[in-house]
Design a protein around this ligand. Structure first.
Ligand code: IMP
Length: 186
């Protein structure tokens, strides 16, 4: 496994799980599949802030259908915690109505499934034409709610990851690669 050095005061060394090139290639493939599935249709891509922002930016540019963006924000993780608190709260709602539209929820990680189950239920109540989910990472072994993504970048075991939008206590989101969170890191 490759390592990268993070420019922090202690120059932490991090193990890279997926390099920026591997991520870019996988997102290109996902974009091609979505383009095929949505041919001739319009799409609203809804990013789940903040973690999905880099993924949405890249995925949107890999999709060549008529697409618009919207964003929601939820709170589902206790600050500094590596385990879900179980509670999901909407802290930023959609800007535009989604009734009758093809919706693609774009999320960084599908973990316990609590966040996406909550959002799916919320969005379905608005009667979209269709509703699909794209998750860059999937941790199927952690699932509490029965939910699957229609498009998955990489399926991973129960590891805590950082980078490419994903954080630990709001840090590390700007790492260009997906790295493993060292167990002893702060
Ligand atoms: P779920 O509701 O348990 O499926 O959690 C989804 C959210 O938990 C993701 O959008 C992330 O914000 C966060 N999360 C889950 N696993 C990780 C991880 O390994 N690193 C960083 N954030 C994570």
């Amino acid at each position: 496994m490759a390592t990268t050095t993070y420019e922090s005061p202690n120059m932490q060394r991090l193990e890279v799980l997926y390099t920026r090139d591997q991520i870019a290639e996988r997102i290109r493939e996902m974009g091609a599949q979505i383009t095929k599935d949505m041919a001739g249709e319009k799409l609203v891509m809804i990013g789940v802030l903040k973690g999905a922002a880099p993924f949405l930016a890249d995925l949107a540019r890999a999709v060549s259908v008529d697409a618009t963006f919207d964003f929601v924000a939820v709170k589902s993780y206790a600050k500094g915690s590596r385990t879900s608190s179980g509670a999901v709260k909407l802290i930023k709602d959609l800007d535009e109505p989604i009734e009758g539209k093809n919706v693609l929820i774009v999320e960084d990680i599908l973990d316990t499934g609590l966040t996406l189950s909550y959002l799916r239920k919320l969005f379905l109540a608005h009667h979209p034409k269709s509703l699909r989910i794209a998750a860059l990472l999937d941790k199927p072994s952690r699932r509490i709610e029965q939910i699957e993504a229609d498009y998955v970048g990489f399926s991973i075991p129960n590891l805590f990851v950082i980078g490419f939008g994903m954080d630990y206590s709001e840090r590390y989101r700007n790492l260009p690669d997906i790295c493993l969170m060292p167990p002893d890191a702060v």
